[in-house]
Design a protein around this ligand. Structure first.
Ligand code: AZA
Length: 304
């Protein structure tokens, strides 16, 4: 006998743009996101018996995202995600839990003639601010915020030595190397009982995103990196210290290798070690280093 042991459904890749027009100053502010909303509940019969009476159509889910965006603030995304996630169980008795993901794309205001332009923006990179909200009836609102796709590189100030050397090892120990990664960082907030509790700390969400981004870049730049592992732990510790409402911080960092090119075969040209100038960036394979750092007072939550 078969049974549905897990099911969720909804609309993904809902693209949303909202403008705020300040009538007094004429300054406009824009927000562009990609939203996913998936519903869970007493929906098994739609799978097992083709019972569509329990299905809130994914088209209606999309319509609801647009309507709630019109009727509510869409920033910070943690708040809009909470409004979306709590809407469906409030509206439909058989929907018990909702997963929301909001990806915010960058529109950075242009500086024109030395001044911030009132209505022109540019996409300064593929970095996104991501928020995942999970609401379950009687279990509160869980929010994970993060940064994805922040590509960084340092041309020195990184080493890697002292690792296991055995019959499988060919990697040379280095005291100076290039370090590059695409930052994927996330932080889990303590569970909020309801939307009112989320509203009560609205400024904390942007402040945490700014702090996490700055800590990531400052530490990447200033820390003499003994390894990706050691550097990401230092970043996580600082985010926990900076944002009291955050319980766990996770990093997921590819180690994007830049290989030296031995040119000695050509007239003895020196391009390795301290003479290395021309490198071959590698797209694959890459190292992948992950960790979750939690407040010592909490039971570690493994996300590895
Ligand atoms: N961590 C690093 O920072 N660099 C590496 C690793 C590692 O685990 N393995 N090879 N190179």
């Amino acid at each position: 006998m078969a049974t549905v042991s897990a099911a969720r459904y909804g609309k993904d890749n809902v693209r949303l743009y909202k403008v705020h027009r300040d009538e007094k100053t004429g300054v406009q502010t824009v927000n562009e996101t990609t939203v996913c909303v998936l519903l869970e509940g007493d929906i098994q019969s739609s799978y097992t018996r083709a019972d569509n009476s329990v299905v809130v159509a994914t088209d209606s889910v999309k319509n609801t995202i647009y309507l709630l965006a019109k009727q509510n603030p869409v920033t910070p995304p943690e708040l809009f995600g909470s409004i979306l996630a709590t809407h469906f169980p409030a509206e439909y008795a058989h929907i018990h839990a909702v997963h929301v993901k909001i990806i915010t794309h960058r529109w950075t205001r242009m500086v024109v003639d030395g001044k911030p332009h009132p209505h022109s923006f540019f996409r300064d990179g593929t970095e996104t601010r991501n928020v995942e909200v999970y609401f379950k009836r009687n279990a509160g609102i869980s929010i994970k915020s993060g940064i994805q796709g922040l590509t960084v590189l340092k041309s020195t100030g990184s080493a890697f030595h002292g690792f296991v050397r055995d019959e499988y090892t060919t990697l040379k120990e280095v005291s100076d190397r290039i370090l590059s990664t695409d930052v994927d960082a996330a932080w889990d907030w303590k569970v909020f009982p309801d939307v009112a509790a989320v509203r009560a700390v609205i400024p904390a969400f942007d402040a945490a995103w700014e702090a996490a981004r700055q800590i990531t870049m400052d530490t990447f730049a200033k820390d003499f990196s003994a390894s990706v592992q050691a550097t990401m732990y230092k970043m996580s510790e600082q985010i926990l210290a900076a944002v009291p409402l955050v319980e766990h911080v996770s990093y997921n960092l590819p180690n994007k290798h830049y290989f030296e090119i031995d040119m000695s075969w050509h007239k003895g040209l020196q391009n390795t070690g301290k003479n290395a100038e021309v490198y071959a960036p590698q797209s694959s394979p890459n190292g992948l280093i992950k960790c979750t750092v939690s407040r010592a007072s909490l039971t570690p939550k493994s996300k590895l």
